[in-house]
Design a protein around this ligand. Structure first.
Ligand SMILES: Cc1cc2nc3c(=O)[nH]c(=O)nc-3n(C[C@H](O)[C@H](O)[C@H](O)COP(=O)(O)OP(=O)(O)OC[C@H]3O[C@@H](n4cnc5c(N)ncnc54)[C@H](O)[C@@H]3O)c2cc1C
Length: 324
């Protein structure tokens, strides 16, 4: 029905579906209860070839830049309502992989990417702080250069996979220019001395997603932990935004499509006042409107994904997708 996907994407869909049926669908309620997705599931995803699609082959990934394969993964996870796993794996595959590929040194890439492809390494990105959300200028976490090391101090909050991650890309102030902080990014192993995790935060949704607070207490890093250019952290963060926004927007779209399909099923099964709920005209009007909104959204989103593939997705279109 659509020209967006070709036979390769559909063949890959079968792989993802098999993985989801075997590893995800039967256990999701346990994950929600525990507030955590077991590491074995990440490893199973790595083994099935569902993780690390954008990781270069030399580092154990599939080396596939066509984002439509990631779209397939997100769709299949949405079909079973596995939003928590979808968001955690998206931070790995859509966000952290992007930073390591673009800004990582060969050493940083060789250290972290192979584990991210197998599911042995879960990654996070830590920008937000209690006093720094939309406005990153409020960031208080600092990294101070001391000879051959950086000393990292501060706290982060709302960090996706923060409770379980093995490596965290941390944004910190490294200097100031005309009263504004200059940010830099650091690759921080969670096994570092001075790294600690706070509580898992309870949320209205994404219950299996371990969103957590992190703290860095005089954490000493080698100079090789710097990711990208010193002082260019804000620029690096904004450069990655189009894909990050698109990935969130796509997840929202496919979740809405799945919710719509479940709703139609439910209204067909449910009886009230002597007929099926779907047979009431008001239900049909509402469903017709929702179906239209979804189709129009999908048309826009597919164009955005194709533009990403052509290297033409600008920050504004990414922002529009996420806002919508
Ligand atoms: C489930 C979840 C996972 C997350 N994962 C991560 C993660 O992995 N890493 C990470 O770094 N962060 C993460 N975040 C944090 C997220 O990026 C922040 O929540 C976001 O940046 C907004 O910041 P804030 O919550 O402090 O809200 P604020 O920025 O304080 O905003 C509060 C309110 O003020 C409004 N507001 C803000 N600016 C303006 C303005 N200029 N004009 C008018 N109104 C305004 C906002 O719309 C909002 O209603 C996550 C958040 C959630 C909920």
């Amino acid at each position: 029905m659509t020209t967006f996907y070709d036979d390769d994407h559909e063949a890959f869909r079968e792989t993802v579906r098999t993985f989801v049926d075997r590893e995800v669908r039967p256990s999701m309620e346990d994950w929600d209860r525990d507030g955590l997705i077991p590491r074995d599931v990440w490893r199973a995803a790595g083994k099935a070839g569902v993780l690390g699609l954008r990781i270069p082959e030399e580092h154990g990934g599939a080396g596939v830049d066509d984002y439509r394969f990631r779209c397939v993964v997100q769709e299949e996870l949405a079909q079973v309502g596995a939003a928590s796993f979808a968001s955690g794996t998206s931070i790995n595959d859509d966000v952290v992989v992007g930073y390591l590929r673009r800004y990582g040194t060969p050493e940083q890439q060789a250290t972290w990417l192979p584990g991210m492809a197998t599911g042995d390494v879960v990654a996070s990105i830590a920008m937000s702080e209690p006093g720094a959300g939309s406005d990153l200028r409020g960031m208080r976490t600092t990294a101070v250069r001391e000879g051959d090391t950086w000393r990292l101090s501060g706290a982060k909050t709302f960090i996706t996979s923060g409770f379980s991650s093995d490596v965290v890309l941390v944004a910190a102030r490294t200097s100031e220019h005309e009263g504004r902080p200059r940010l830099s990014l650091f690759v921080v192993p969670s096994a570092s001395e001075g790294f600690s995790r706070g509580r898992k935060l309870s949320k209205v949704g994404l219950h299996a997603q371990d969103t957590a607070e992190l703290a860095f207490d005089d954490l000493v890093l080698p100079t090789s932990a710097l990711l990208g250019e010193e002082g260019s952290g804000f620029h690096h963060l904004t450069h990655q935004l189009p894909l990050e926004r698109l990935s969130i927007a796509w997840r929202a779209l496919v979740a809405a499509e799945a919710a719509y399909a479940w709703t139609v099923e439910y209204t067909k099964e449910r009886q009230a006042f002597g007929s099926r709920v779907i047979d009431f005209q008001s239900s049909r009007f509402r469903l017709a409107e929702l179906s239209t909104e979804l189709d129009v959204t999908r048309a826009f989103m597919e164009q955005a994904v194709l533009r990403l593939g052509a290297g033409e997705l600008d920050a504004t279109t990414g922002a529009k997708a996420k806002w919508w």
